[in-house]
Design a protein around this ligand. Structure first.
Ligand code: SAM
Length: 453
């Protein structure tokens, strides 16, 4: 059977994809349909048909799932941010646990590994401490919001229910500033136009706000006007311009200029305080981060005399958590500004047994082991979605630390990497704990304890 664009089918949704979209089959042909849920029977219009898979748009939900709920957000279903708001929150947690389990089985071949119940949020709204709003002119109208799922079409978002509580007022004020000063918006196709993104970061416990404007230029002549426009917000402690003239999807360029206040904000996780600069990674969900790091710390099982390597350490958050219980922690991170923050963070928190290195984990960890003769008892890895470099996994098999704690935001690459660690026969998976850092989205964070046999 050939499936074509504009065909209409009635299908049963059997699974859910990585971005939270429903998956159904038509005679073996896979159709991804957003805003649908497993077990639902839906009438769909095929909007894009590739050879073996395609995308459908739901026309009518004929038999709804008993777990379907009315989304609170008025752009849910159109905005690509929350793809699961139409599913009961408790069910979202089950679905995420199942996703981790299925990936461990399908990709990793781990049939018998127990996955714990996902640690959920008490209130899965307004949990994000960072939002990135693309700015675009469409049909002569300034659009600032979020991309819709699978496209770069902007959905105007007036009040994001998972974003920070001041976001909408700040975005509204910057919209006025752009319009009053007749400033152009960036056009991805031509590479022309000035304003690319508005990034808002808030310290959850300190209330400090950083506003960062990403511009497609090497200079920015509206600094005074921008400072004036944002002066009504007493809690903005940092205004930053990020210069990005690259014609890419990567949001930020390498150069930042702080035009008002500090070039960082501070926030707390547990008892520790952290400086966060615009280019540094910081977990987006502060309350859940505390739970995530507590699991990582429990799995590291430190007694006080261990040497630990924290690869992919960001601004040293996990490193400093661990350093309180270990003899020595070495943190490794690719972004120089993040390592600058990590060193300052160690000082602020009076932690003297943590040392930080800039560079790729796959380059620095071998040097620490082979040249500096550092033999870690525990290695913690918390890589980006693409997972660990294969050479780093092989090195870990040479080093043979007692425990490896793998913190992951992508259970598919996690399963792939765990397979490589465990098929050697040296290691086995002991514990798997999913944590919901990204409520209403299809993403899930996991912490895994891998132990030497
Ligand atoms: C998921 S974040 C984790 C950061 C930190 N552990 C935390 O919890 O905040 C991944 C980090 O890895 C860094 N990174 C990406 N590739 C890297 C590499 N090859 N070597 C070292 N760090 C890398 C990123 O800049 C980012 O800070």
């Amino acid at each position: 059977m050939t499936i074509k664009k504009n065909d209409i089918y009635i299908i049963k949704i059997t699974d859910i994809g990585n971005s939270g979209e429903g998956i159904g089959k038509i005679d073996g042909y896979t159709l991804f349909v957003k805003n649908t849920l497993p077990e639902e029977e839906v009438k769909v219009l095929v909007v894009k048909a590739n050879k073996s898979y395609g995308y459908g748009k739901v026309i009518e939900v004929l038999k709804p799932s008993p777990y379907r709920v009315e989304p609170k957000c008025d752009v849910a279903g159109r905005c690509g941010g929350c793809t699961l708001q139409h599913l009961e929150y408790k069910k979202q947690l089950e679905l995420k646990k199942n996703k981790v389990k299925q990936n461990l089985i399908r990709i990793g071949g781990f049939e018998n590994v127990e996955v714990k119940d996902t640690i959920g949020m008490e209130n899965p709204y307004h949990y994000r401490n960072k939002s990135q709003y693309p700015v675009k002119k469409e049909n002569d109208k300034l659009n600032i919001g979020f991309y819709s799922l699978g496209s770069h079409k902007i959905v105007n978002v007036k009040n994001c229910l998972i974003g920070g509580e001041y976001d909408s007022e700040i975005v509204a004020k910057i919209t006025e500033f752009i319009e009053e000063n007749n400033i152009s918006a960036y056009d991805e196709k031509t590479g022309k136009g000035l304003i690319r993104h508005i990034i808002i970061r808030i310290g959850y416990f300190t209330g400090e706000i950083m506003v960062c404007l990403v511009v497609n230029s090497k200079n920015f002549k509206f600094k005074k006007e921008l400072i004036n426009c944002l002066s009504i917000f007493g809690n903005i402690s940092s205004i930053v311009i990020n210069y990005n003239t690259n014609k890419t999807n990567v949001i930020m360029g390498e150069k930042c200029e702080s035009i008002k206040g500090n070039d960082y904000i501070t926030d707390k996780i547990g008892d520790l305080t952290f400086k966060i600069s615009p280019l540094s990674f910081f977990q987006v969900n502060p309350l859940q981060t505390n739970k995530l790091y507590s699991v990582a710390l429990e799995y590291a099982n430190l007694k006080g005399d261990e040497v630990v390597i924290d690869a992919y350490c960001g601004i040293g958050t996990i490193s400093l958590f661990l350093a309180q219980k270990a003899k020595k922690v070495y943190g490794v991170e690719i972004v120089p500004d993040a390592i600058k923050n990590a060193k300052e963070n160690a000082k602020i928190n009076k932690i003297e047994n943590a040392e930080f290195f800039v560079g790729k984990s796959e380059d620095i960890v071998p040097k620490l082991y082979n040249e500096e003769k550092i033999k870690p008892d525990v290695i913690v890895v918390d890589p980006p979605r693409k997972g660990c470099e294969e050479s780093l996994l092989r090195l870990m098999l040479d080093i043979k630390p007692e425990r490896i704690v793998y913190v992951s935001c992508d259970s598919a690459t996690l399963a792939r990497d765990l397979k490589k660690l465990c098929e050697s026969g040296v290691y086995e998976i002991k514990k798997v704990q999913p944590v919901d850092m990204f409520g209403h989205t299809g993403h899930v964070e996991s912490v895994v304890l891998v132990k030497r046999k």
